[in-house]
Design a protein around this ligand. Structure first.
Ligand SMILES: CC(=O)SCCNC(=O)CCNC(=O)[C@H](O)C(C)(C)COP(=O)(O)OP(=O)(O)OC[C@H]1O[C@@H](n2cnc3c(N)ncnc32)[C@H](O)[C@@H]1OP(=O)(O)O
Length: 421
């Protein structure tokens, strides 16, 4: 993996260990030293690119390793560089291994829960062009020595099939102890703990684990030092956890919101606590405003009439409301026509009048449909059937349509429980 800057000079050793500070290692004597901030920027670029390549190799939707995530976690990265070839005189990176201590609840072979804090393998990648050349083993072996752990003491964060084969081949790790989280541990993970009699930091940790279950205790964390409690993430949280929810809700809930401007405050994200990536609020089945807009623009659909015909009285709530508010009924009966004026004869009447009004609206709508069909504009309509004496002029079809549409909307709202009262 090549970069536009001198990787060979940046990392003097074959394997470089980087912690959350991403500090550039001391350079060889005699090498020109660019500004420290530039060197750190180069390291961040390398970490980001390695994280992307690893995610791609593992078919992950997003990288689990990045400079930003490194800076916000107490993980350690082992970076392996290529010392043989020096493409364009700048060196190359072969791969990396990321590890970190994590508090976990793990099950032992008796299915008892154990609180442990083992060293975890979090991410591991060797460039495709040089896989199966022994580089992975070289890096892994170096890490084991540096961290002073045995392979069976490790917990592996959702290992890939390649990594499982790798561990089996090089470290004879085969039989796993079944877990309910994403971490894999192997036989021997707990057995080792009985051999820890000295009152060291390790022994102290073991005794804490033994409170939960007296028999096993996990490999203890030696480095880095203990964090403040508030800094500790929830038990058994995997670094890959946040990737799980990067799926869309099913149709039609996945309809993208039509937003003219981005929200002022996007929802906060967290790094690896298993919460969702950015996802807009779930949309209702059909956006209310969209429905209203489209209904206002159209004459009533035959289905709407059918709906009305099958539901003449509306819901009990609506019937009650209609009785209590005769003006609403009057308004419906008079169709709020700009042309027809206000017909007080409907005041205080009941369902019968309302039905009559609806019938009139339907008749009018039908006749006006004909008018519209004929002249196509509806501006100055010419009636082909004789209008009734009380019928309003043709332009009121839209108003009649609104009333019918309003009833359709009301029915929809009642069925969906979204009626605002
Ligand atoms: C917690 C995690 O990080 S899970 C993610 C692990 N990373 C990946 O899966 C990314 C893609 N894979 C890789 O980057 C590498 O293959 C690694 C890191 C798994 C191993 O690094 P390598 O340099 O290839 O390993 P190395 O050469 O030391 O050992 C080779 C052994 O690894 C295993 N292995 C490596 N590549 C493969 C492969 N494509 N298919 C099957 N086994 C493989 C085999 O056991 C292989 O031995 P073999 O060739 O005799 O069959």
């Amino acid at each position: 993996m090549e970069f536009p800057f001198d990787v060979d000079a940046l990392f003097p050793e074959r394997i470089t260990v980087l912690d959350q500070h991403l500090r550039p290692p001391a350079r060889r004597p005699g090498t020109t030293t660019p500004a420290r901030v530039d060197l750190q920027q180069q390291i961040m670029t390398i970490v980001d690119e390695l994280g992307k390549a690893s995610a791609k190799a593992q078919h992950l939707p997003a990288p689990i390793t990045s400079a930003l995530r490194m800076q916000s976690n107490r993980h350690v990265i082992y970076v392996l560089k290529d010392t043989s070839a020096r493409p364009a005189g700048k060196g190359a990176i072969i791969g990396f291994l990321k590890v970190g201590y994590k508090k976990l609840f793990v099950l032992d072979d008796r299915e008892a829960h154990n609180e442990v804090e083992p060293l975890c393998i979090l991410d591991f990648y060797i460039h495709e062009s040089v896989q199966r050349h022994g580089h992975g083993r070289e890096l892994f072996q170096y890490m084991l020595q540096k961290e002073r752990v045995e392979p069976h003491q490790l917990a592996i964060d959702r290992p890939s099939p390649k990594l499982l084969k790798f561990l089996n081949k090089h470290y004879n790790l085969e039989t796993t102890v079944p877990q309910v989280n994403n971490f894999v541990i192997f036989e021997g993970f707990f057995a080792h703990q009985h051999r820890s009699p000295t009152p060291s930091l390790r022994a102290t940790r073991h005794s804490r684990a033994a409170v939960v279950d007296p028999i096993p205790a996990a490999p203890a964390r030696k480095l880095p030092p203990k964090r403040a409690e508030g800094d500790i993430k929830p038990y058994s949280s995997s670094d890959r956890e946040f990737l799980k929810v990067a799926v869309e809700p099913p149709w039609p809930l996945n309809r993208a919101p039509r937003r003219a401007t981005p929200p002022a405050h996007p929802p906060p994200r967290s790094s690896s606590l298993g919460n969702s990536p950015d996802r807009g609020p779930l949309r209702p089945f059909v956006p209310e405003q969209e429905l209203l807009r489209s209904l206002r623009l159209c004459p009533p659909h035959p289905t709407a009439r059918l709906l009305l015909a099958t539901d003449p009285g509306g819901s009990p709530a609506q019937r009650r409301r209609t009785r209590e508010t005769p003006w609403g009924l009057v308004a419906q009966s008079c169709h709020y026509s700009r042309h027809g004026g206000f017909n007080t004869s409907f005041l205080g009447t009941g369902n019968q009048e309302r039905k009559q009004g609806e019938q009139e609206a339907e008749d009018r709508s039908a006749s006006e449909d004909q008018v519209l069909l004929q002249d196509g504009s509806g501006e100055e309509p010419t009636h082909t059937v004789a209008p009734r004496a009380q019928a309003p002029p043709a332009q009121s079809w839209m108003v009649g349509g609104d009333i019918l549409n309003a009833r359709v909307i009301r029915n929809l709202q009642e069925r969906r429980n979204t009626r605002p009262w």
